[in-house]
Design a protein around this ligand. Sequence first.
Ligand SMILES: NC(=O)c1ccc[n+]([C@@H]2O[C@H](COP(=O)([O-])OP(=O)(O)OC[C@H]3O[C@@H](n4cnc5c(N)ncnc54)[C@H](O)[C@@H]3O)[C@@H](O)[C@H]2O)c1
Ligand SMILES: O=P(O)(O)OC[C@@H](O)[C@@H](O)[C@H](O)[C@H](O)CO
Length: 496
Amino acid sequence: MSTASQRLGLASLGRVRAGGVPGYDPRAIEAGIVHLGVGAFFRAHQAAYTHELLQEGHHAWGICGFSQRSDTVPGQLAPQDGLYSLLVRDAITAPRLQVMGALRDVRCAAHEPETVVEKIAAPSVHAVTLTVSEKGYRQDPATNGLRIDDEVAADLGGQPPRTVVGQLVRGLQRRRAGGGAPIAIISCDNLTSNGAMLRRLVLDFVDRLPATERGPLGDWIATQVAFPNTMVDRIVPATSERDRAEVEELMGLRDEGVVVAEPFTQWVIEDAFTGARPPWELAGAVLTDDVERYERVKLRLLNAAHSLVAYLGVLMGHDTIAEAVADERIRGAVLRLLNDDQIPTVTPPPDVDLSSYRDEVLHRFANPALGHRTAQVAMDGSKKLPQRLLGALRQRRADGALPRYGALLIAAWMRALSAERADGSIADVGDPEGDTVRRLLASARNDHEAVRDVLGIRSVFGPDLSGDEELVEAVAEFYTALGRHGVDGALRAVGG
Ligand SMILES: NC(=O)c1ccc[n+]([C@@H]2O[C@H](COP(=O)([O-])OP(=O)(O)OC[C@H]3O[C@@H](n4cnc5c(N)ncnc54)[C@H](O)[C@@H]3O)[C@@H](O)[C@H]2O)c1
Ligand SMILES: O=P(O)(O)OC[C@@H](O)[C@@H](O)[C@H](O)[C@H](O)CO
């Protein structure tokens, strides 16, 4: 019974029954890193690399983490002194459990905006890492600059910062005023050129400040603040109550902050720093001048395939990615998407063989122990498809090819946002453009018009795709087939 177990924490660390515990004293660690967005991925990825550094004696690199909006994670971790366990699961071996001690302080930025600013400004901090999801950056796809909504406007007006970019700029502003030690801001979200994009948003915010407030801040950021691009990879599903119960059983202590991950992990970081940095290469990270090619392979192969598995899986009633990819029809479609439409658009780095990469991705998706839900991967498609699919799709169109499986992926996303369940209600996988898409679908006179209208959402599809008649026709064909004959019918149509 969970109520009988003592909670994981510094005082109970000696009673951990199974699994590794930190080989360092977490109380002796200094927080040289600030992290924004203490979600599941960060705890299984960047914090796990950092934990390895601490194991090696690099004790200046603990992490002070901030959740952005809700205090759920601080509520789970603060009573545990920042300790949590990582449960690594694969199909064959028994799960491996490790208690992580890198997170030395965890707070909610919405409740303590001033503390975020203070920590970013602290001279002992040399890096800020971020996993705030695609949405968290508030990029305006039309301009590639910042989308000025009410919260950004409030941050620009000098309110305690609520947005990620506002927090960064106010922290950097204070840092400069306090001596101006260089720092690295490291986006770890699945976005194309994530570092360059974040730098642009930060400088855009600075440009919009009143001149008296701005001063030479922009010039200082341009020279003293590094925004390395990164490619991050590890499949980390949302933690379930079953995961927590399993860890409690194994460890003999209750851990509310458990994260679950696959064994595979990869972190490629652009070697472009202006000051001290954590030596993450000691934990297996790759520092390179060429992140772009790794990132493109990952987004266009792994993430695009993930989205297709997720949407077809949702439509066919498969709850998990592993179940969906075990379905030969979905697996076949994913292989065609990769072979026909995506692989021709990437030039891999020298150490990556695309066929092996593709096969490994499918093998990773098939991991039945992860329980990664199709609905989780399907969420926020309008923010993900541009990175995963639309760049490759435009490239194929410029080459004169019609990426039919890419068109199927768009049609499946549209259907997943609007599919009718058995009880007549409309499925909603969660997407910032969900209401817009459903409104456009409801008002169109036919499927062709519906697709043209949806591809006319410029913030997702840019100014060009709704005018591509051949593409609109292909998406409409699969959209109709999905509606009339289900996934099987659409796969027959796309294969023909
Ligand atoms: N989970 C994975 O397998 C995985 C793998 C590679 C990369 N990533 C990246 O990490 C991100 C987070 O994934 P996760 O699994 O930790 O998800 P999660 O739901 O556990 O955490 C999401 C984090 O993003 C923050 N966030 C969400 N919307 C925001 C908004 N509008 N403004 C500010 N912050 C916001 C939340 O506060 C939370 O800290 C993904 O979006 C992706 O870019 C995840
Ligand atoms: O994290 P998201 O929501 O951007 O995308 C969902 C998954 O495709 C993604 O998290 C993958 O699991 C991950 O990118 C693997 O490294």
